[in-house]
Ligand binder design. Structure first.
Ligand SMILES: NC(=O)c1ccc[n+]([C@@H]2O[C@H](COP(=O)([O-])OP(=O)(O)OC[C@H]3O[C@@H](n4cnc5c(N)ncnc54)[C@H](O)[C@@H]3O)[C@@H](O)[C@H]2O)c1
Length: 255
């Protein structure tokens, strides 16, 4: 493993489970001190302890990205413990660990629609607002938003989720425009259907396998497939790249 992120401090929202947990681990392996900001504090603590046992620097912070005070505290604790904030991965979402319903567009519960937007869209905005003062002071930062291939292709039976992930595309471009002069790059990763479940049942395996059949590279997508992209957007290798969305899906959606 290289140490492209030595001395950097990264916050991964939703870093206690699934792909976020894999992002946190890889950023730590690349030399960053990592803050795992999670609504599921048990998962955050276990992820941070696992990393610390292996000699990495990690901090678990109980965070609800929908709450302005909670994300401000997340940023304050990160800066207090590690001295700066260089990287924010806006990964927290209603999806698997905090599950979403799948239903036709006219059967989605309006309250679930609002909750989806609050976590997946407003949460990315509030978290970005919370770290921006630190990044401005440093005149350096990397914000990486997580969208989804479904935002580019559409997908049945989860219009609230797809709409929230499509919002992240415009959010990325606007934030990139506003923060570019402050030395902050804002980019986005759009993963394809990824086997991120901790205990996948047969139905899930089947769904993931059927996604594999739509790809130029026709295999299952795993959390590890996104890690090169997250390290690239977190490192100085991408210092002149901003406002971009990189689709990581084995060539299912070629845009
Ligand atoms: N797995 C896939 O097929 C896939 C495909 C495209 C995009 N994505 C995106 O990748 C990201 C990770 O997805 P995943 O598959 O690991 O699912 P996941 O549900 O396990 O990950 C989301 C994480 O966010 C946390 N979270 C939920 N609400 C929160 C809140 N209010 N505050 C803080 N944390 C909160 C959850 O506890 C969980 O750890 C998500 O943004 C998801 O939309 C996943």
């Amino acid at each position: 493993m290289s140490s492209r992120l030595k001395g950097r401090v990264a916050i991964v929202t939703g870093g206690g489970h699934g792909i976020g947990r894999a992002y946190a681990r890889r950023l730590a392996e690349e030399g960053a001190s990592v803050v795992i900001a999670e609504i599921d504090v048990k998962a955050a603590t276990s992820a941070a302890e696992e990393l610390e046992k292996e000699g990495f620097e990690a901090l678990a912070v109980h965070t609800d990205v929908t709450k302005p005070d909670s994300v401000k505290e997340m940023a304050r604790l990160a800066a207090e413990k590690f001295g700066r904030i260089d990287i924010l991965v806006n990964n927290a979402a209603i999806f698997i660990s905090v599950p979403m319903s799948r239903a036709p567009f006219d059967e989605i519960d309006p309250e679930e629609w609002d909750r989806m937007m609050a976590v997946n869209v407003k949460g990315a905005w509030l978290s970005s607002c919370a770290v921006a003062p630190y990044m401005r002071d440093q005149q350096y930062g990397k914000i990486i938003n997580i969208s989804s291939g479904t935002a580019l292709k559409g997908a049945d039976n989860r219009i609230h989720y797809v709409a929230s992930k499509a919002a992240i595309l415009g959010f990325t471009k606007t934030l990139a425009n506003e923060l570019g002069k402050e030395g902050v790059c804002v980019n986005c990763i759009a993963p394809g259907s990824t086997m991120s479940e901790e205990n996948p049942d047969d139905a899930i395996r089947q769904r993931r396998a059927s996604a594999a059949s739509t790809r130029a590279i026709p295999r299952l997508q795993m959390p590890g497939d996104m890690l090169g992209a997250v390290v690239f957007f977190s490192s100085s290798d991408s210092d002149f790249i901003t406002g971009q969305t990189l689709v990581v899906d084995g060539g299912s959606c070629m845009h």
